[in-house]
Design a protein. Sequence first.
Length: 195
Amino acid sequence: MRAHSAKVHSTTVHSTRAMAARAVDLCVALLHRQASVESVSRVLREHGETGDLDLGEADVAAMRAAAARLREVLAAPDTGRAAALLNRLLADAARAPRLTDHGGSTSWHVHVDDADDAPWAEWFLASSAMAFAVLLADHQRVPGGLCASPGCRRPFLDLGGGSPRRFCSARCATRERVAAHRSRAASSEASDVPD
């Protein structure tokens, strides 16, 4: 069971954007790195968890399965498919919304998991699906994507206006732009060679 730890400051904000960013960071840690109790704990702490997390190998394995389901949402080709996936996740994982301040240790925020001490994977899947659903409704688009770089494919959050992002980072975008430029240059040079 997940033992929710007290936050350092009771004014910690539990915004939808912060929950979605945590979800994406956990997906990356669980699916695109060597996931371990330590690496997942590090991400949880970066997003405000403190104290004894009581996170074990079985929790990490269950969270990895949840991350795979959340990744499908970010990989959805359109808003309708993302909404259908989110509806399925919410039906499977979410419970009636409730407000909690974890016994006065945090600011009031909404939970959709079973209880404050729900297993980590249940909390992760339910809270992340709810955050993605709210963002999809607010922005009328899939709230993120998978990096278009074939060697990467990491999930990312995309809440900007304008055109949807294609890459998880400037590094991946630059690498792909340089590769495309080199490919065009090589093709141009090959076509300029006389027969």
